[in-house]
Structure formats: C-alpha cells, structure tokens
Design a protein around this ligand. Sequence first.
Ligand code: ADP
Length: 609
Amino acid sequence: MLRRLLPTLVALGCGLLALGWGLVSLQRIFSRERDDAHAQLRSRRDALAHAGEEALRQNLTRKLDESIVPLHAAVGDPLEPGEGFYLNFRDYQFLPRLTIPMPGTETPARDLWARLGARLKDGGAAGAWEPRLTRLRAVEAALAAKDARGVAMRVEELLRYHAAHRLPPEQELPFLLLVVERLQRGDATPPLVRALLREGLPEDFGGFARASGLQRDLLRERSRFTQADFDFLHARVVQVSAALGEPTADFLARASEAGAGMLVIPEDLYEPTLLGELWYVEPRGEALYGIAVDLEAMLQPITQDMQARGLFDSTGRLRLRAGGAFRPLRTLKLAVDLPEWARQEADIDARYGLKTLLVAVCGALAVAIFALAVVAQQRKYRFLELKSDFVATVSHELRTPLASIRLLGETLERKLAQAPEVRDYPARIVQAADGLHFLVENILSFNRIDKGRWRLRTSRVRLEELVPPLRDELASATSVPVHVTADVDGAELEADLGLLRMLFSNLGRNACAYNRRDPIEITIRAQVIPGYGCTVLFQDNGIGIPASEWENAFLDFYRVTTPGTEVHGSGLGLALCRRIMKLHRGDIQVAASGPDGTTFALIFNEPHR
Ligand code: ADP
C-alpha cells in the first residue's frame, strides 16, 4: 500500500513544500510592508520633533538675549528684581542672590542700635562712637532751633566724618538707621538724611561705594546679619520709609525674594546647557548667564505654530523627552504625541496580524488538504483492494458451484443407468444452482440498494409467513438437519416482503454455514414493545463471533477469519442485512455471541399494530 501511495505522497509533499515556500515569502513581504509603514511614520515624527527642537533652541537663546539688560540691572541694583536670572562670574554667583543669613540667634546690630539710642537719650559716654553721636546731637540741636543752614552744615559734617571713618556694614547700617530715625521730620527732613534711606549719598559722601541707601545696603549685605537682626533692621527701614513717603514695594519684594541657593554647575560647562528642566545657562566670555525656564510652557507656542501650519492636528503635542540633570542644548530631544499616528500604528499592526493569520490559515488548510488527500488516496487504494478481493472471491464462489454443476451433470450423464450412487446428484445439482442463484441475488440486491435504486414495496407482513419458506430453503441448502423454531406470536411488520425473505435467508444460511453442530437449531422470537416497535431475535447454535468483530462483521466485504473453519463466502451477507434494516428505518446488531451460538437483534422502529 505504502509503495503504491509513494508517488502521490511525493507529489503532494512537493506541492506542500512549494506552497510553504510561497507562504513564507508572502509573510516576509507582509513584515517588510509593516516595517516600511512604521519607518515612514517614524521619519515624519522625527522630522517634526527636529523642527520643534530647533525652534525651542532658538527661543531659549532669544529669551536669554532679551534678559541680559534686566539681568545686568539686577546685578547692579539690589532693588531690581533678580528672580529667574542666573549670573556666575569668576566662580561667584551674583544671581540668583544668595539670601543666606549668618547662623545663630544673636542680635548684635539690634543691640548696637539700642545702645546708641540710649546714649543719645541719656547723654552718657559712648567711647569710640562719641564723635559720631556728638555730631548727631549737633544736628538734632540745629533742627530743634529750626536753623536750616545749621542743619545742612551739621548733617554734612556728620556724613563727611562718617565717610572718612569707615565702619563694617554690621555697625554702619544700625548707626545710619538710627541717624535717619532721629533726624526724620516728615517733609522737612534734610535731603541728605532722606537720601540715606533709599537714593544713596553723593559720591563725595561715600556714595556708590557704600551708603547707596539703607534699603539697598541692607539687601546687599544681608548675609552679614543673623536672621533676627535682618528682620529687625528690615522692619525699621520699612517703618521709617513709610514715614518719609519713600517707596517700599520693591524693597519688600526683594527682601522676601526666595533665594535659589547655589546652583550646581558642572566644571566643564562650555556650551548652552539645560540644568534639569528649570534653568537654561549659556557661557558668554568669562561669565555664565542663565534664565529660569518653563519648558512645557515654551513648547506651547511652538506646538500652536506647527498646528497653524498644518503639520499636525489639534490633538498633537510636543513633549520633552526625559534627560539627565545636565543636558547640552544640542542634545535636547523632543517627542511628538499624536493620537492619529498611534491609531495608524495600531492599524498597521492589526493589518499585519490579519495578514499573518491569513497566511497561517492558508498553511493550516494546505496541511489539512494534504492530510485529506493522503487519506482519500489511501481509502481509494483500500477500496480498489477490496474490490479486487471481492471480484476474486465472487469469481471463486461462482466457479465452485459451476464446476460442481458441470461435474455432476457429466457424471450423471455417464452413470445415469447405474443407480444408486447417483441418486442424490440431481438434488446436489439443484443445491449448487440454488447457492449460485442466492449469491447472484445477493450481489444484485446489494448493488441496487447501495446505488439507491431499490424501490421499497411495503405491506403488512406476518412474521409467521417467513418461517416455512426459510425452513424449506435451509433444508435444501444443507445436508445437516435444520430445526427452525419460531415464537413470533402473530407479530406483524410493515415491510418489504422480498427484502425480509432475503434478510432471513442470509441469517439462516450463515447460521448453517458457521455451525459444527448436528442438528442445527435456529430460533426466531419476536418482542413487541407497544408504541415503539418490534425486535426480532434470530438465534443459532453456531460457532459464534468474537466480541471484537461484532461491528466489523457488518462492513462491506468483511469476513471474520476463524481458525479451524474453512467456509467460503463473499463478506456481503451481513452488510446486505444491515442495508435492508436501514431501508426499514431499523438496525441489526449482534445481541449476544459465544461458543453456544449467536443471537442477532433486528430492531424495527416502526410502531407495531
Ligand atoms: P460471508 O458469510 O459471505 O463471509 P457475511 O457478511 O455473511 O459474509 O458474514 C461476515 C462474517 O461474519 C463471516 O465471515 C462469519 O465469519 C461471520 N458470521 C456471520 N454470521 C455468523 C453466524 N451466524 N455465526 C458465526 N459467524 C458468523
């Protein structure tokens, strides 16, 4: 069988291989298609991100350029806003301003201010402060005398002395505060005294270098005071400024300006760089300039501009890719988030998945077709084998009775006169002819039923009617006595009489053929189940059928080989019986079988009357 199947297998295998190669190539094309589509999307996205990065770089540089003037102003004037600027020159951070107070809780400046105030009041000796206090008292006296020229002269003298004898800021500021407080007279305050508060003294009084106004000096020298001293001086300066009608808004704002502390700058910073996402710094000459930035906010106008130019729709968004703490501007990377593209990417993947599924299904189908073709081919050869076996068997079966008929006829002719040896020859000739007739009938009926050409002619058949002809047929078909007993109790069936006869003949002949007993016993019983149908049990006392062969015995051309018995047959009888029963919408089965005989159950489903 395998040898006969080999060419088919080889042809199918080659076909399968070719198909497999085709499917693999197709799959490769699909995956290249998907990669190309992804790459196309990626390159569009990269181009947009690149444009966004370029715009952001330009905006940062421009913003820093615009900040240079206010940044310089903040460095020169402590009252100018310095928040959001960074300036480092020769390793000193000018901006953001360092607002770190002296550690500790002492208040030396406040104490000095109180002590000097007390000395002014009680006139007591003040040591090194005496020349200053004396000059201050003189101004007060001139003020009290309303001597305008005297006041101007005394104030000038006091300030010249002060300028000539420099004090450290932690002493100078409480003293100057005391001076302003003592000498302020509202609108009548001497101009130089008023200048001490905010505007600063002219250059020849020590202005610019120091004494550029208490407000500025306090802010500039903040780190020389403890927090308590600073708070004290700050409150008094605000108080006296308010009394003199001097502006305090910027002073208050700068005093409460949040100090950013020291920014950590990498040693080798030599190009525009982002520090985290908060600062943008750029080295220019020896200085390092910087501005505080809100990158997310800066990205918005760029995004809007791109939307306006139709580069992406209103759902698109530029986003900063995560980066390190120090990021040179040239390495800045943006990402473009566009739901439409995400959808397109998902579509590409879904299409690819579908195509892959199709290829897989085609592959599975090809394998299934291959398997089916092999099975069909195998079945075909098996059928051909069965057919040729059947032809061989039937030819043999036909030849045997024919040979017998011929031999018996010749012998009968020769020995016609000589009795008694030839007495049973005519009977045997008839028997052989009957056997042949039975076989031919079986083949014809089987063929007609198999091809659906049998037209069922049903009538009410009484089971009893079938028994006498069966008895006669078996008596003439076999030399061993056959006892057929029937217990059918007047049972009737709606059936084709001709087919029922053929059914009983086949069962009866098998009962005789596969039997070694003498006499042969056949019992037919009918069990009627009202409303359901009728079961006819056909029992013999033959050699029995092995349990494993009960179903196989009904297959077309199937013969059960029983060691020790040599019975000729075609393997058609029981197959025909089953077809007859199926035609009657019933079935036939082996109900029981063993060494004592076999019982076949004929199940007629049709309701019995
Ligand atoms: P055939 O008798 O031509 O071989 P059948 O289809 O009638 O073909 O029977 C199939 C096989 O079943 C037989 O080869 C036989 O071995 C077994 N068989 C059928 N009827 C009986 C029976 N009554 N007792 C024992 N074996 C039987």
